[in-house]
Design a binder for this molecule. Structure first.
Ligand SMILES: Nc1ncnc2c1ncn2[C@@H]1O[C@H](COP(=O)(O)OP(=O)(O)OP(=O)(O)O)[C@@H](O)[C@H]1O
Length: 465
């Protein structure tokens, strides 16, 4: 009796539980159909009734009576779930469905039919939306990579008073919003400073767009800078294209090699700097922008103005703030620090490890560096390669540099006589080699490519200490 009574209670509880689950089914936005182990429909939720235009009267009937294409009878036999299958119903509608057997203790109790997407079109739309989002994200990531600064002020190596002054000046410039002109020889680090100024400024979260005015053909420069509308010229992209000024909106436009800007384009740039607006090529409406311009050049703009190649009004517009970066030969204290920095970079990039002897470093500080820091990096790399894991010596430095370190007063044999002239040159070379090698005679002999004993003999002969 007790036992029977308990069973009844638990059956009643189960029925309540199942009833509640069915109620939950009714609130779900996907069609759900539950059949028992014989294929008889136990429950159709509201979404399923709506999908097929049925009423609860269909419950109790065999699934194949209601939907002849149903594979639930198959799933009841195999006990294997079929998930995310494409299915065409008798009414011609295509859907993505799940067919899930309900198994307890190895016994098949029934099966669930679930319509995941009632219309295949929905899936295509969703996939398309997903693709659009992914493309947008990829574009955004790429833009972020392209349009952000690569260098920060801390990346600029410089311990000399001249370099420190430049960095302080760059920080002051960054606090203002005016246009900037950066001057200096080729390879002194003008672009590095342009990045750093943007990065230190209030515009740092905006784009940093670089245009190399010397690298873009004159015919393309206008569309590159100002963009164009669809149909502006043959080959113009559908929908048009924004120019660099538009891309830099809210940020900084870096006009590198501005001295090479064609004269006709200078007037157009001047107008944008004055009006803060322009029209795209083939466009009729004005585009308003908020851009800070940083320009840089290694040309002597004042000379270009004199010769009529550069507009003075543009020069004054750009030169509101200016930064002059001294050549490397005027800040030789930076050389050892830069050499160590580049040795580190070269090791990271190529796994090439090298150290430089003090003599080698001294030799490098004696050179004039017409190509400045770009040339220095190149020479450090060549020297490190030449030394091949040894401590690099002056002899490993490229020959063109070793040669040009010579400072020799040129006199002729007519003035001096051939033998004294040759002896003087020889003595000067030996002195220079010893100086370059920090007084180390063995290294100086190696540098001069003569045996050690021969060097000692010559030192005695010329009275060199
Ligand atoms: N102070 C520095 N610290 C570290 N690297 C530097 C420094 N200055 C310049 N460089 C490096 O030297 C190279 C040349 O620098 P950058 O391109 O900024 O010079 P530039 O003056 O703009 O040259 P150009 O006039 O030819 O355009 C770059 O590889 C840059 O990273």
């Amino acid at each position: 009796m007790n036992c029977d009574g308990n069973t009844k209670t638990s059956d009643a509880l189960e029925a309540t539980f199942v009833g509640n689950v069915f109620k939950i089914f009714d609130h779900m936005p996907i069609g759900i159909n539950f059949v028992d182990e014989t294929g008889r429909i136990v429950r159709l939720n509201k979404a399923m009734l709506d999908y097929f235009g049925l009423t609860h009267e269909a419950e109790g009937k065999h699934i194949s009576e209601i939907e002849p294409t149903s594979r639930l009878p198959v799933v009841l036999k195999t006990g294997k779930a079929e998930t995310a299958h494409r299915h065409t119903f008798a009414n011609g509608r295509e859907a993505i469905v799940h067919r899930i057997p309900v198994i307890d203790n190895g016994k098949i109790l029934g099966a669930l039919g679930i319509i995941l997407f009632g219309d295949l079109q929905e899936v295509y739309i969703l996939a398309e939306k997903n693709k659009l989002l992914r493309d947008k994200l990829a574009d955004y990531e790429q833009d972020k990579r392209i349009y952000k600064t690569k260098y920060h002020l801390a990346d600029i190596i410089g311990v000399s008073p001249e370099s420190k002054a430049c960095k302080e000046q760059a920080q002051r410039i960054a606090r203002s919003n005016s246009n900037v002109l950066i001057l200096g020889e080729s390879g002194v680090g003008k672009e590095l400073f342009a990045h750093a100024i943007h990065d230190e400024s209030a515009r740092r979260t905006g784009p940093f767009i670089r245009v190399n005015c010397a690298a873009i053909p004159e015919t393309l420069l206008e569309s590159e800078l100002f963009g164009y509308e669809e149909g502006a010229f043959t080959g113009a992209k559908k929908g048009g294209q924004p120019g660099k000024f538009e891309l830099a909106d809210g940020g900084t436009l870096f006009l590198d090699e501005v001295g090479d800007m064609p004269y006709i384009m200078q007037a157009k740039i001047l107008r944008v700097l004055q009006e803060r607006e322009f029209e795209r090529l083939g466009g009729k409406t004005s585009v308003r922008i908020n851009v800070r311009v940083i320009a840089a050049t290694n040309a002597d703009l004042e000379k270009l103005i004199e010769s009529g190649a550069f507009r003075s009004d543009l020069f004054y517009r750009l030169n509101v703030l200016s930064l002059k970066i001294p050549p490397l030969r005027d800040r030789r204290d930076d050389i050892p620090k830069l050499v160590y920095h580049f040795l580190g970079v070269i090791y990271q990039e190529n796994g090439l490890y090298a150290t430089f002897s003090p003599e080698c470093m001294t030799a490098l500080t004696h050179y004039e560096w017409p190509g400045n820091i770009r040339e220095l990096r190149n020479v450090v790399e060549k020297t490190a390669l030449e030394a091949e894991g040894r401590v690099a010596q002056p002899v490993d430095i490229p020959q063109y540099i070793r040669r040009s370190i010579k400072i020799r007063k040129s006199r002729t044999h007519e003035e001096e006589g051939l033998v004294p002239l040759l002896q003087r040159i020889e003595a000067e070379e030996i002195r220079r080699a010893i100086e370059l090698c920090g007084g180390n005679k063995i290294r100086a002999a190696e540098y001069l490519q003569i045996p050690k004993v021969r060097l000692y003999r010559k030192l005695k002969k010329f009275g060199i200490e």
